[in-house]
Design a protein around this ligand. Structure first.
Ligand code: 5IU
Length: 260
């Protein structure tokens, strides 16, 4: 049961190199916090990344929401990630046919495969997407988080879709870093990472269908390894203090989980 194992033990069981690296980072920095840096201003993202860098294991972007995006944004972002030892994670949610995804992943103005170690992928279109990501040009150090569930109210994802997603993930052990989900779905595969978005200390929902759980609940009861926090940090009066608080709450919950 993966919930009882430490991240350092699990790093040795990970078949995907980025997953192994993420486990090591979490263990070394004692943080399972992934910041969703959902800001539309490039400089603000860089400043926030620099400030909260010590407290996060990954920085999740939606690169296409940045209004002043320029390829010059990527080098300083990579530099910050390297200095503070966290992973760059583009939440692109690829969902097209393989050939299109190959282009979307490595071409265009964002050239995601050249800088993002991790990306999210919908299982909807099946194997072709994963083959495309596997074969595309770019940094060979890459990992995929497959979407098996979502935090959105009224999502059309069914139990059988979730199950099939886990089966698909098992067919690409060297590529899949983990699963994006809301429940402890895969207890028998400790090499995979459970990434859970929809985490906030306060307020249960937003006005567009986002549903939140607390840090303690997602880790202790819902099986989250890495927790994604966006507005809980970006909209706090003091984002750095908020990042420290989330990190501490999440790490305590993880430590308690593996102890009992
Ligand atoms: N995200 C979710 N829920 C999901 C998936 C992705 O919230 O089921 I899949 C993303 C969207 C956003 C971040 O980038 O995680 C959550 O941000 P907030 O903490 O601000 O709600």
């Amino acid at each position: 049961n993966r919930l009882k194992l430490s991240f350092i033990e699990r790093s040795k069981l990970a078949k995907n190199p980025v997953a192994a690296k993420l486990f090591e980072i979490m263990s070394a920095k004692q943080t399972t916090l992934c910041l969703a840096a959902d800001l539309t201003d490039a400089t603000k993202i860089l400043n926030l990344a620099e400030q909260v860098g010590p407290y996060i294991c990954a920085l999740k972007t939606h690169i296409d929401i940045i209004e002043d995006f320029h390829s010059n944004f990527i080098e300083p972002l990579k530099d910050i990630a390297k200095r503070h030892n966290f992973v760059l994670f583009e939440d692109r949610k690829f969902a097209d046919i393989g050939k299109t995804v190959e282009f979307q992943y490595s071409k265009g103005i964002y050239q995601i495969s050249s800088w993002a170690s991790l990306v999210t992928v919908h299982s909807l279109t099946g194997k072709g997407v994963l083959d495309a990501i596997k074969g595309a040009t770019g940094n060979p150090e890459r990992g995929v988080f497959l979407l098996a569930e979502t935090s959105a109210a009224g999502s059309l994802i069914t139990d059988s879709y979730t199950k099939s997603t886990l089966k698909l993930a098992s067919e690409y052990p060297d590529l899949i870093s983990g699963i994006v989900c809301q429940n402890p779905l895969f207890l028998d595969n400790p090499g995979l990472i459970q990434l859970t978005p929809g985490v906030k200390i306060e307020s249960k929902v937003d006005n567009l269908g986002q549903q939140y759980n607390t840090p303690d609940l997602v880790v202790a009861e819902k099986g989250a390894d890495v927790a994604v926090v966006g507005r809980g940090i970006t909209e706090a009066c003091d984002p750095v203090a908020a990042a420290q608080l989330y990190r501490e709450m999440l790490w305590k919950a993880y430590s308690k989980r593996i102890a009992v």
